[in-house]
Design a protein around this ligand. Structure first.
Ligand SMILES: NC(=O)c1ccc[n+]([C@@H]2O[C@H](COP(=O)([O-])OP(=O)(O)OC[C@H]3O[C@@H](n4cnc5c(N)ncnc54)[C@H](OP(=O)(O)O)[C@@H]3O)[C@@H](O)[C@H]2O)c1
Length: 240
């Protein structure tokens, strides 16, 4: 799929994986609508996108806030008659000071559970639903999952990360089912499922993963290759 002049919306574009995906889409000549809460960081993503030849518009949105999410979708619909690409990258697996890993389930805060689900699965579902009518044939939705330890293949997962685990497994079910339901519209839905990625927050919270963490750009390129391909309903695991 030729990406030049296509309109793409990327959540989580203020930092980490989402920022890199937004910049890669800019390199391809897309007009990228970047979404997050931190306007200063979103503006810096915008400058990077302009520098590589893309276009960009910043949309400050707290995806936990339904009114803000609806305002985002209505504004995009007013300004644009089509949207070709939606990358749901925003996710919450840490607060400012600690991760939501290695926590016995009964010790999880309500906030950690609600934030993870609201940003990681609810917002992805609501944005996808709102934007399907703007997607012409050839539309692309790419969601974001994650891997959870070595026991995955046997059906058991790392302990202590219930909020993120449930969110990511839900996004995988959503991805596969939506891919199936949109088959006739020729809109594809896939998910990227990375192991640790060397983002700022992984460097801060999981420095011990330095040798095994995946470079951010390598993961961003998986989003781009899924967008360019005709694959549908796939959850693509990425490891180093
Ligand atoms: N890094 C990894 O090792 C790894 C591995 C597997 C999966 N993942 C998944 O990949 C995605 C990105 O990871 P990352 O490491 O790049 O994350 P990150 O550095 O923590 O960045 C999270 C992004 O999500 C946005 N976000 C968080 N809460 C939001 C809210 N309430 N409203 C709007 N935007 C919000 C943040 O923007 P603002 O702060 O500007 O709101 C930021 O751009 C997440 O879904 C994560 O679960 C990451």
């Amino acid at each position: 799929m030729e990406l030049k002049d296509k309109i793409a919306l990327v959540t989580g574009a203020s930092r980490g994986i989402g920022r890199e995906v937004a910049i890669e889409l800019g390199k391809e000549g897309c007009e990228v609508l970047v979404v997050g809460r931190d306007v200063k960081l979103l503006e810096s993503t915008k400058q990077k996108i302009l520098k590589v030849g893309g276009k960009c518009e910043v949309f400050k949105t707290d995806l936990r806030d339904l009114d803000e999410l609806i305002r985002l979708t209505e504004t995009v619909k007013t300004k644009h008659s089509s949207l070709s690409i939606l990358c749901n990258v925003a996710g919450i697996y840490h607060s400012d000071t600690k991760t939501y890993f290695d926590i016995p389930y009964e010790e999880f805060s309500n906030e950690a559970i609600v934030d993870s689900l609201e940003v990681g699965i609810m917002a992805s579902m609501l944005l996808s639903r709102a934007f399907i009518p703007l997607m012409k044939k050839g539309g692309r939705i790419v969601n974001t999952s994650g891997t959870f330890g070595k026991g995955e293949k046997s059906g058991t997962f790392e302990k202590g990360c219930m909020a993120d685990l449930v969110t990511k497994k839900a996004i995988e079910v959503f991805t596969k089912q939506l891919a199936y339901e949109l088959e006739d519209k020729n809109i594809t839905v896939n998910a990227v499922c990375p192991w640790f990625v060397w983002t700022e927050n992984v460097q801060k919270f999981f420095p011990e993963t330095k040798d095994e963490a995946i470079p951010v750009n390598k993961v961003a390129k998986v989003y781009i290759s899924l967008i360019k391909s005709n694959k549908n309903g796939e959850v693509v695991e990425v490891r180093n």
